[in-house]
Design a protein. Structure first.
Length: 937
């Protein structure tokens, strides 16, 4: 009772203060806020210190106290965030009793009481610790540690090339390749066995990527079997991959089909053809027995499985033949090469570190994952003492029971060394299911929405986040899974062992709880919740007042269970991030619009069609991701979202071979879209559905960095262009006209504009090349499609000083293209497509001196490869798509032009034949290739 009345009195005071009746006390309210800010820093430093400690008995004993501190830090952080989100004007002195102040009372009371409660809890706990209970908790804390995180700079963000990881797998991959490619008519099952981190998946992946470019198998299917193996999901996954090869639409309702029927579909599809199936990370013989039952014993087919368990290798039987490949440990020499590539820029170990290096390698015992991780960890560290510390902390006996404990030790080293905000970024991987490929952009947006990333100096949050990402890659904590045609990372993943460890860390720190089948991770206090595949028991949970983020994964359907989601959201109005990507939702869950703190909302790949007017309530929303949902219109209330930075409303058709003109769909923007002042990324707007003045509105979005417009009409070109003049931050601009005939009428202009444009995509006819394009010296990537110019624009473009990627499709109908000496000095990738009359390409000596990749497609009358291709000394890849047979014949071994491409390490010819078929022109085995579609066709 006493406490209640104290709080009440405080609240009353606070209110009076905020109404301006007692300015003196208002200052006290602000002082309280500052005090909590200071205390929170101390609290977080103590927790950091605790998390970095070795596991020992003492640490266990402190667990309870630490949990209290953690919860207190959650409360304090939430209270501060509430305060920081108050509009400034609300804190200004205002006469009592006006309408406005009454409207503001409720949130103010809430925040004031949160601040009050938090202040007393935190100071009580800190006092206790300092007075008696846990002195050792703060014993080692130095004042500088309090500010440790914010002042750090990161200089290690350059990425180590990925192929560095491929050491010691040439011989085994050759052997495996032979087993796969021989002509033995029987089904073969090859079991690749080895302990966690021995490089099984790396080996199989390399072989799989190579084999895909040979026409040996009709189907190539890669399936990852995780511990929570589910036959249903596996079969669906296989069906999706088979249908993708056939370019058939996936049958409707595949999500709800019964297992027995799915099994039959797989049988029917695979029976008549040879297939290669990879079952990665098989955990149990029971799962194997289930799987093999559903597969047809097709002639000449191969199944490769990777497993940690030698006992899983199935016995040979009359139906199929089995082979076992045991992963060898890396030799000492191989270990050293791998380690040094990772740890030193030049791959060479300086003499003063040699001895310690030997000791460390002895302990790694030839395990690639361990070598890679420690190598990444010691990168840029060249002091003997640091190396000795690492040597000593790797306990010798660890290697005898290698596996998780050993890796845990190594990871803990790497992890503890990370700056705090990057630790949090890493823990985010615990939210995603094992083995999931995670989109780079999604991850970055989540980190930003969580406020893990802050702008440093002149860098934007996105740029800083990118550096964090690279640091995690370099430390080998995450790996790039797929890259884009221009080398940027598209998706990434975490090694499954690191993922397990990440989950352990995440659980310890109450960072996140994972709810999935068979594992009930519910506990009262945790910050984030990720629900995988099951709603079971979800509706019985108690309210968790600290929940900030909610993710949902892997549901094929939620029949009437949408109500469970609603219930969950009703209980947790504190949620800041809600990621429902690919959830089987047909309607926008109304409950969402009551989550007033929401900063990030993703309904990507859902079937949601309409967005309710009440979306306007989400005043804190920064990201609204509706990509590949079915939304084509937003309510006018969207302009109330003044903090919105990213607005994605579009979808693409699934692309079979080459793209056609209309494969993107956007949305109709509201008339007053100019009010969304914080917007940075906007796509895709359908210009035909705009009224003219809406085009002018665009010019008000002064923060815009990325703008995608489709369906532009000729008469709107000038208006659009004058709006774009105002977008000084614009980095990426994509404009597509309404059809193949409609001109994109962008006027000439006497200045480079927009000033810092880096990527420009123009799809549609141009009367002439706008004269400002050659002036945009910041341009890195340029794509012109369907321009149909009278003159080849090469001379105009050749002096663009930063241009690295140039893609030209149906740009000019002439007989000759000429690349002159000294032109395109930075160009790395050149793509030429559909030059229907082109007969000759000439490359002068000194043109495109840095070209690495040349792609020529569908130039049906081109007689030979470019004259002067010999001058391109840096070229690594030549790709020819659907090019005339005579031209290809001349390039093959024995052909008259074969010698001219002898300096190109990889040369391919690819044809579309209900699927891409690719073969190598040089007789070498093709190397790992990222994608068969050069520009994301
Ligand atoms: C590495 O540590 C082991 C003990 O684990 C020690 O015996 C060895 O001398 C150390 N090597 C170096 C070079 O410090
Ligand atoms: C919670 O779910 C169970 C089954 O999953 C159901 O029987 C029960 O009625 C649900 N309770 C509520 C409140 O929805």
């Amino acid at each position: 009772m006493a406490i209640m009345s104290v709080i009440l009195a405080y609240l009353l005071n606070t209110l009076q203060i905020l109404c301006g009746c007692q300015t003196v006390r208002r200052r006290r309210f602000e002082e309280d806020v500052e005090e909590i800010r200071r205390d929170l820093l101390r609290l977080e430093a103590i927790l950091r210190n605790y998390d970095a400690r070795e596991d020992d008995h003492d640490k266990q004993a402190d667990q309870r106290k630490i949990n209290q501190l953690r919860v207190a830090s959650f409360i304090a952080a939430d209270a501060l965030e509430g305060y920081d989100n108050l509009p400034l004007a609300w804190l200004d002195v205002e006469p009592c009793g006006t309408f406005k102040s009454i409207k503001r009372q409720k949130p103010l009371i809430e925040i004031a009481s949160a601040i009050k409660i938090s202040k007393s809890t935190v100071s009580k706990l800190l006092n206790e610790i300092e007075m008696r209970q846990g002195n050792h908790l703060i014993r080692e804390l130095l004042p500088s540690e309090l500010y440790y995180s914010t002042s750090r700079r990161h200089n290690e963000a350059e990425v180590v090339p990925e192929d560095h990881d491929l050491v010691g797998i040439e011989a085994p991959s050759k052997k495996l390749m032979e087993l796969l490619l021989d002509d033995d008519p029987r089904l073969k099952v090859i079991s690749v066995a080895g302990m966690g981190g021995s490089g099984k998946t790396t080996l199989v992946k390399k072989v799989y990527d190579d084999v895909r470019f040979k026409n040996r198998f009709r189907y190539h299917v890669w399936a990852t079997i995780s511990q929570s193996f589910n036959m249903d999901e596996l079969l669906k996954d296989i069906i999706r991959q088979i249908y993708a090869v056939n370019m058939q639409p996936i049958p409707r309702g595949v999500e709800t089909i019964k297992v027995s029927y799915l099994g039959k579909m797989v049988q029917d599809s695979l029976r008549a053809s040879s297939y290669l199936l990879i079952l990665d990370d098989l955990w149990s013989i029971i799962a194997w027995n289930d799987i093999i039952k559903t597969l047809p014993i097709s002639k000449r087919s191969r199944i490769v499985l990777t497993t940690r368990d030698l006992n899983i290798a199935p016995p040979s039987c009359p139906k199929f033949e089995t082979h076992i490949h045991r992963m060898d440990k890396l030799s000492q020499d191989e270990s050293k090469i791998l380690f040094c590539r990772k740890a030193f820029q030049d791959g060479i170990c300086p003499p003063h570190l040699e001895e310690t290096l030997e000791s460390i390698l002895n302990k790694c015992d030839g395990l690639p994952l361990a070598i890679n991780s420690i190598g990444g960890f010691l990168r840029k560290k060249e002091m003997t003492s640091e190396w000795k510390t690492v040597n000593h902390s790797l306990d010798f006996e660890m290697r005898t029971n290698a596996g998780l404990d050993f890796m845990k030790k190594i990871l803990t080293l790497s992890y503890n060394e990370l700056p705090d905000e990057i630790k949090l970024c890493f823990l985010y991987f615990s939210m995603f299911p094992e083995d999931k490929k995670i989109e780079y952009n999604r991850l970055i947006r989540l980190w930003i929405a969580e406020k893990f990333v802050h702008p440093i100096e002149e860098k934007t949050v996105e740029e800083v986040a990118e550096e964090y990402f690279k640091i995690l890659v370099n430390r080998n904590l995450i790996q790039a899974a797929e890259t884009r045609s221009d080398g940027r990372i598209k998706t990434c993943r975490v090694h499954d062992m690191l993922h397990k460890i990440c989950i352990l860390k995440s659980r310890d720190q109450k960072f996140a709880a994972i709810h999935k089948d068979g594992e009930d991770a519910w506990s009262y206090h945790f910050r984030r919740l990720s629900i995988h595949n099951t709603w079971q028991n979800v509706n019985q949970t108690e309210k968790n007042p600290h929940l900030r983020a909610l993710f949902v994964f892997g549901f094929a359907d939620f029949p009437s269970k949408e109500t469970v989601l609603s219930l969950l959201l009703k209980k947790h109005r504190t949620v800041r991030l809600l990621d429902l990507q690919a959830a089987p939702l047909k309607q926008f869950p109304r409950e969402i619009t009551k989550l007033v703190h929401l900063r990030y909302l993703s309904l990507r790949h859902t079937k949601v069609e309409t967005i309710p007017i009440s979306i306007g309530n989400l005043k804190n929303l920064e990201t609204l991701d509706l990509k590949h949902a079915r939304v084509s219109k937003l309510p006018a209330s969207i302009v109330k979202l003044q903090k919105l930075r990213v607005l994605l409303v579009y979808r693409y058709d699934q692309i079979e071979s080459y793209t056609h003109f209309h494969y993107k769909y956007g949305f109709e923007p509201p008339n007053n879209i100019g009010k969304l002042k914080s917007l940075q990324k906007l796509g895709i707007v359908e210009a035909t559905r705009w009224r003219r003045h809406t085009l002018t509105e665009l010019g008000k979005l002064s923060q815009l960095r990325r703008l995608l417009v489709i369906e532009l009409r000729e008469e709107d070109g000038t208006a659009l262009w004058s709006s774009i003049q105002n977008l000084r931050q614009l980095r990426t601009l994509s404009i597509t006209s309404v059809n193949e005939e409609e001109i994109i009428a962008l006027p000439d202009y006497d200045q480079p504009s927009p000033q810092c444009l880096q990527r420009l995509y123009l799809t549609g006819p141009l009367k002439k090349l706008p004269n400002w394009i050659p002036m945009v010296t910041s341009l890195v990537r340029l794509s012109l499609k369907g321009s149909q110019l009278d003159h080849a624009p090469l001379v105009q473009l050749q002096d663009l000083p930063r241009l690295e990627y140039l893609e030209l499709f149906q740009v000019y109908n002439g007989k000759e293209l000429h690349f002159e000496d000294g032109g395109f000095r930075k160009l790395k990738v050149l793509g030429l497509d559909r030059f229907d009359e082109l007969e000759i390409i000439k490359v002068d000596q000194g043109a495109m001196p840095n070209l690495e990749k040349l792609i020529i497609q569908r130039c049906t009358v081109l007689k030979e490869v470019p004259i002067g291709i010999e001058h391109l000394t840096r070229i690594k890849v030549l790709e020819l798509f659907d090019m005339p047979r005579e031209l290809i014949q001349r390039l093959r071994i024995g052909g008259e032009d074969n010698r001219r491409i002898a300096h190109i390490p990889q040369a391919y010819s690819t044809h579309w034949n209900r699927g891409w078929e690719s073969d190598s022109l040089d007789g070498h085995t093709p190397n790992v290739r990222e994608s068969i579609n050069p520009f994301g066709k």
